[in-house]
Structures are given as structure tokens and as C-alpha cells.
Design a protein around this ligand. Structure first.
Ligand code: NAD
Ligand code: MG
Length: 302
């Protein structure tokens, strides 16, 4: 699909055929991978997501906002009326610039904050810069993550195990801890977990276990922050076509079949995730706390 859809998310349509059933060719990119080099291209809603004013005046920090799900969320948030700060790795500058341009077309602000969130000092700086440049912070989307498939636990190094934990869960804790003092009542935190939290793949032991930790962390934190008026929820994607999958996130030979084993029979596109993040960030979900919203094409989940 080199031509993203122009049909907006509110148009009545068949979810089976809303997006094509893709068979991505085997391909490889160095971590973290670029959306711009992905074959086929992903649909981040750039030509289709229609805002309805649900995040008017909000100020959001989105990690991993350059590509994939985070980029789709950034585009949706801007079209819903939010200014957004995007966190990503310096190597992802081309993707980040592309999303910045899409956001600025909406008349909202896009602030680019490159850096490595596995560095604990950077996590503090990231939040400080976001608060400073957005003029405050009332929405946090902890979406960055790394996923490297390793066939056998005997090949899983200490370095990989530690870096996956630093990136996926330690950074989430540090960024959240730094953000909370700035967040007024009504603010929201949405964390990205995964279907891997409940159905771990044998080649993703480190990754899948961080995702289980994210669910647990979010349910605990949701209770802890409720009385402050800050709501915490998570989104658990199923197989979504993004650069994560081609930068060693999946065994290469698995790519052509990616997502075909879901009840819907196809991989998801990043823009199909965006409404879940919008809902959990919008005031309309005021009584929803500690929830995991599964967006996975129909696979049963707890
Ligand atoms: P993606 O590659 O587009 O996004 C991941 C982002 O994480 C990268 O763009 C990068 O900016 C960021 N990141 C990684 N390491 C970082 C670091 N050290 N410092 C700063 N940023 C860093 O892929 P995606 O699939 O959109 O992933 C977004 C989230 O969705 C991840 O948490 C991923 O685990 C989760 N997820 C994805 C799928 C899927 O099938 N694609 C399924 C379940 C969960
Ligand atoms: Mg990226």
C-alpha cells in the first residue's frame, strides 16, 4: 500500500477491507528503522484522520512520536486540537520532520526533542524541555519501545536484556515521574503495552516481559494518581505494520505473513490505533482508569 487511504475513520466501512491484506517482502533496517524506507508504506492517517475537537488546547508529549503508532497518535492529537512534543532517536530525524510538517498543516505546534530515553538524565531533560516549550503538560503518551527478536534464550545477551528494560519500562517510569509534578488535574497518561503482555512469543522474552510490566505499572499508577485527577490507561496493540518489525523486531522470514493470523486476517495500520489514544486522553473517558484497551484485530485478551 504505497497510497494511504483518504477515507476518514468515521466513515461506515468493513474492517476486513478497510486496509489491504499486506504481504510485506523480507527486508531489514538497522534499529530503530525508518517509516520512510518501509515497504509497503504504513498508513499513519496523514490523509484520513478527521479531528472533532476532542483535545482542544491540550499539550502532549509523545515518545516514539516520529513513526508508526506514535506518529499516527501525534497526527490525530494535532487534528483534535493539541500541541505536541515528539521524542525520538536522533537517527529518526527524517521521519520526525515529516510528521512535524503534517502537524503544522493543522495549525498546531510540533516540538521536536531528539534523544535517547535509555539514558536516565535525558528522561528528565526531555520532560523539562517539553514543559518549557509547550508551556505546560497535560497529556503524556509513553509509546517508545524496542523489540529485537532472538531465537534462543542462550543467545539473549545481558546487554540486550538490560537495554530493552531501560527503554521500555525504566524510561516510562522516569519520564512519568518527571512529568507528574507538572500535570494539572484532568491530565492523562497513556502507555503502550502489547498483546505480548499476555501471549509472549518465544523469541521476544525480554520485550514481552516489559510489556507485562507496563500493564501492571499502569494499573498501580492509575490507582495512585486517581485522587489527583490524573488518569492512567494503556493501549495494547496486536500486529501493526511499523518500522519496529523490520529492524529485527520479527524474524525476517515471518514478515510476509505478518498479522494474517488475526481474526480480521490482516495486519493493523498505525492510524487504526489513534482513536484509542484519543479516547483515553480526552475528558470523555473521565471514569476510565487503569484500563487496557486492546486494539488487535480480534485476538481474545484478558
Ligand atoms: P516504531 O519503531 O515506529 O516506534 C518505536 C519508537 O520507539 C521509535 O520510533 C523510536 O523513536 C522509539 N525509541 C526506541 N528506542 C528509543 C530510545 N532509546 N530513545 C528514544 N526513543 C526510542 O514502532 P511501533 O510499532 O509504532 O512502536 C510503538 C510502540 O508500540 C512500542 O512501544 C511497541 O512496543 C508497541 N507495539 C507495537 C506493536 C506492533 O505490532 N507494531 C505491537 C504491540 C505493541
Ligand atoms: Mg521511529
Amino acid at each position: 500500500m504505497s497510497d494511504p487511504t483518504h477515507t476518514d475513520q468515521l466513515t461506515f466501512q468493513n474492517p476486513v477491507t478497510r486496509f489491504p491484506r499486506i504481504s510485506p517482502p523480507e527486508q531489514d533496517q538497522p534499529e530503530p528503522g525508518l517509516d520512510q524506507k518501509l515497504v509497503p508504506q504504513t498508513d499513519r492517517g496523514q490523509h484520513s484522520y478527521r479531528g472533532t475537537g476532542r483535545l482542544r488546547g491540550r499539550r502532549a508529549l509523545i515518545t516514539g512520536g516520529d513513526s508508526g503508532i506514535g506518529a499516527a497518535v501525534a497526527i490525530a492529537f494535532a487534528r483534535e486540537g493539541a500541541d505536541v512534543a515528539l521524542s525520538y532517536l536522533p537517527a529518526e530525524e527524517p521521519d520526525a520532520q515529516e510528521i512535524k510538517a503534517v502537524i503544522e498543516e493543522t495549525g498546531q505546534r510540533a516540538i521536536l526533542l531528539p534523544g535517547d530515553i535509555s539514558d536516565r538524565d535525558f528522561c528528565e531533560r526531555l520532560v523539562a524541555d517539553a514543559v518549557d516549550q509547550l508551556g505546560g503538560l497535560d497529556a503524556l503518551v509513553n509509546n517508545a519501545g524496542r523489540q529485537i527478536a532472538i531465537e534462543d534464550i542462550t543467545d539473549l545477551s545481558d546487554e540486550q536484556w538490560t537495554l530493552t528494560y531501560e527503554t521500555n519500562i525504566h524510561a516510562m517510569y522516569r519520564i512519568t515521574r518527571a512529568a507528574i509534578p507538572h500535570m494539572p488535574p484532568g491530565s492523562t497518561i497513556v502507555n503502550t503495552t502489547s498483546i505480548q503482555a499476555y501471549q509472549p512469543s518465544t523469541h521476544l522474552l525480554d520485550y514481552a516481559s516489559t510489556k507485562a510490566a507496563i500493564n501492571n505499572f499502569s494499573k498501580g499508577l492509575g490507582q495512585a494518581l486517581a485522587s489527583k485527577g490524573i488518569r492512567v490507561n494503556t493501549v495494547a496493540p496486536g500486529p501493526i505494520w511499523t518500522p519496529l518489525q523490520v529492524s529485527d523486531g520479527q524474524p525476517k522470514e515471518a514478515l510476509p505473513e505478518f498479522g494474517k493470523d488475526t481474526p480480521l486476517g490482516r495486519a493493523g495500520q498505525p492510524t487504526e490505533l489513534a482513536p484509542a489514544y484519543v479516547f483515553l486522553t480526552s475528558p470523555e473517558s473521565s471514569y476510565v482508569i487503569g484500563e487496557t484497551l486492546n486494539v488487535n484485530g480480534g485476538t481474545p485478551s484478558p
